[in-house]
Structure formats: C-alpha cells, structure tokens
Design a protein around this ligand. Sequence first.
Ligand code: TPP
Length: 523
Amino acid sequence: MTVPKGAPISGSAGSVEALAEQIAARAGGPVFGVPGGGPSLVLLDRLERLGVPFHLAHFEGAATLMAGTAGRLAGRAGVSVSIKGPGLANQVPGLAACAFEGLPVVAVAEAYPASAPAGRAHKRMDHARLTAAVAKGRRAVSEQGPDFAALAAWAEAERPGPVVLDLPPKPEKDQPPLPPAPQAPTGRIADRVAGARRPVVIAGTLAGRLGLAPLLSRLRVPVFSTAAAKGVVDETLPHAAGVFTGAGGPESPERALLPLADLVVGIGLCPGEVLGAVPFPCPAVNLDSVADPEGEAAFHLAATGADPAELAPLEGAAWGAGEVRAALEAARARLAEGDFLPAHAFAALERRFGAGLRLVVDTGDFCTVAEHVWTARAADRYLGSGQGRYMGTAIPMALGAALHDPATPVAAVLGDGGIGPFVAELKLAAQHRLPLLVLLMSDGGFGSIRHRARADGLTERPLTVHAPSWLEVMAGLGLKSGRADDLGSLARGLAGWQPADGPLYIEATFQPDAYRAMVRGIR
Ligand SMILES: Cc1ncc(C[n+]2csc(CCOP(=O)(O)OP(=O)(O)O)c2C)c(N)n1
C-alpha cells in the first residue's frame, strides 16, 4: 500500500505507528470499528495515511463481525477497533459470533497497561476475563512482540477465530509467547478409505481451507458438507448430497443416505460444526489438521489422519448418484409444499441471479430451508451461521462481504428476529451504494420457536413481533423498499433491481401457520 498524504510513518517497535504499518502490510481488507479519542483514533489516523479504508459502525459487535467476514473472504485476518472497557465489551457479541463461525479477526481495543495503578478505574475492565471464552487469547502491543503478523497468523490458524490486541497508551513489556501450533493427528485412514465400497464424505470448513474443493468436485460418491461449509462441494454436481447436521429429521437427505454407506469419511468433522455429534450407522474416519479427542469420542471415529493424500482412494469409488437425487428431490418437494413460502422465495432469487449472487443467512426456519434448497456453487458464495446458529449475524456479515467484494451482489436474508439487532448498520449500504438486497422472510415472529411453544402448550406471546414491518425504517435509512405478499410480486421486485443502483429492501410476508409447519420432517 502507498502513503497517499502526510508525513511518512515509521514507528519504533511496539508503537501504534508500527502497528499501523504492520496492519497495512498484512490485513485482509478494510478496518471496522468505533474509535474513541485516544490511541484508537491515532491508529485510525495512521491507517488512513497508509491508505487503509475504515468503516465506522454503530455497534462494535457488528464491526467485529464485519471484519471477521471480510477476513474470511480475503483469507487473512480482519481487523476491528474499539475503545477499552465498554467498547471491548460491545465487541464481545461479535467476537462470540466470530468464534462460533470460525472467522479470523484481530480485535484491537484501547486498554490500561497491566501496570496501571488500581486507582485508575475510569472505563476499566479486566479484558482477559471479559474475552476469555470468545477469543483464542489476548496480547498487548509490545516492543518484544508479537507483531501484527504473528497475531493474524494465530487468528487464522486451525481453527480460525478471534484474537484480542490491547492498545495501551504505552507499549507493554514481558508477555508470554504465543501458543505452539496445534498437534496434528497421527493415525492413518488411507487403508479404511481404500477398503470402502460405498463411502460417504462429510466435508467441514477445513476442506475449504485445505484447498480440497477440486477433489470433492471430482468424486463420484455422495459428498455432504456441514452447514458452515455449504458450497465447498459445488452443489450443482450430481454427487453433492447437501447439508449434514447430525440432527436431520426422517425426510432429510442425511437420514436417507447414511444408512446405505459402509464408511463415513469426515474432513474436519468436529462437534462444533454439527447440531448433533453422535456415532454413525457404519464405521467413520476423519481427516483433520488438529487432534480432537472430543470429536473422536463423539463420532466413534475408527481412524484419524492429517494428510489429505490419504483421501486419494476415494477417487476409485463410485455409487449413489440416483440415491442422492431422490433424497434431495424428496426434501426439496417437502419444503416447497404450499403457495408462498421461503423455498419459493429462494427459488425466485436463484432464477433471477443464479451463480452471480452471494447469499447470507443467519438462523431460523428459513435458514434450514436455505441449507436444503439453495444451490451453492462455492463456499465463499454462501455465508451462514452454520455453527453458532446466531440470530442477527446476517446484516453485518452481508455488509462485511459487500464491502470486501463490491463486484458481487449480496442477498442478506433475515427473519423477524434477525433483522433488528444491527439494522442501523444498513446506513453503510446506502452510503456506499452497495449491491445489497435485504430480504425479510416475515411470518410475524419467531416461527422456529413458535412451533415448539405450540407443541409444548407454552405461550406464544413472547415470540410474536409487534408491528413486524420495517418498510418505513428502511426508507429512512436510505434503502429503496417494497413488499411482496406472493411469488409474483417478489419476482417483479427482483426483476426491477439492478445491484449497481444500490441497496434494496424487500419484505416477503408468509402465512404463519404454513411457515411454522414447513420444516417438519426435515429438522
Ligand atoms: C443471538 C441469538 N439470540 C437468540 C437466539 C434463539 N433463537 C433461535 S431462532 C430464534 C428466532 C428467529 O426468528 P426469525 O429470525 O424470525 O426466524 P424464524 O424462527 O421465524 O424462522 C431465536 C430467538 C439465537 N439463536 N441467537
């Protein structure tokens, strides 16, 4: 990156200036956050002089999630910035989502140095304890390092996630070294794979990070992905079996196909990427780059290994194309019963944009539908909350994706629950005329919880959203807006939108009882 204006910057090791230079040289994209008047603003000033774009968010948690998403798409850790104490506390929801979804981010926060006397209490909070459960670890800017590149590599290492960097007024001294690289499993899986006649593959997000998508596309045996890895096998291919969750209902593809297999071959299969980690009906092996005793026990793995070359014998097996087609058709037909439901809306999106769209969803029954009906051609074209099932993540993730790659239109598909938490951040979409479609799937409440409430005879009142329309709010935020009560009006709304013209909001409304019943048998 070049220095467009101002004096050249060169800081001594451990300074904010040096950090800015390291970020400019190493980070995956724009920086996101909410600064204060202290070193966070100095950092942003230096980054601006180095030509690194910054996006001001309304909520720090959203900034962290935007940065993590841009980082995932860039293949390099993203960067978020906040003040100390409450600023970092507000980053925590975003850090938690990034931890669940495996998004690499270095969360930079102003901080008191460890040596600050106890009397200095303004906005003071124990950052280590605050972030212990949601970050791999925390270090401070220091003369001895680690530098930004080492911290970013820590965030990117298996399994990707957040790292916190304190930005004290003065550099810290004497920090512990970063943890060593995780151990790889030592077992062997090649013999089991070679002996299988009807293997089924379940690919987790590791398959993408190991660059195994081309191998998965070449295979002629059923290949599932976890929800978080959806698209790692091109789902237009006849052996792509859709999403495996471990909790599929009797009409789900996994329940149709797994009983026919003689071996399950996991790739980065781990409890954190499924809804239910239970033994399979046949033996199972797993390729991973980190040893995972919990996963081995939960899935009853017969063997593990770390070398992708051990998967080569899979290329010699062939079965299941007809079974895959039948299983997917049955599940999709089930989800498309009725007049106008999310499955029809996803089909309309696919007809209008095909492979050209990046789809972002968070959680709710419409996401379960998306996992089964949406045809993802690549893992970076489908961003979900497969691991966290984290309501509300779709808006910041879609903004992170659109700001990272403005050439690819993005559809953020949300429910009545997920639209609220970060709606203000959509002003960024209006400001930058981002190619963003915000599609609300509205059944007037928390449909995925309502059906459980009804089954258990519990009140539905807390699950009903008062005045669920956001049309006027969206217009006020600067988005063109429209409503779709049926498939025809949705198709017309989509046909009239040119992504280059800037963001569009469409509110699709569904009949609540039909919505509540739609995933029965699948989930
Ligand atoms: C941050 C967060 N808070 C609460 C939940 C619990 N939860 C799961 S689904 C859901 C309702 C989602 O509602 P909506 O977005 O309208 O989708 P629908 O259930 O109607 O399909 C809630 C509250 C969650 N998953 N994440």
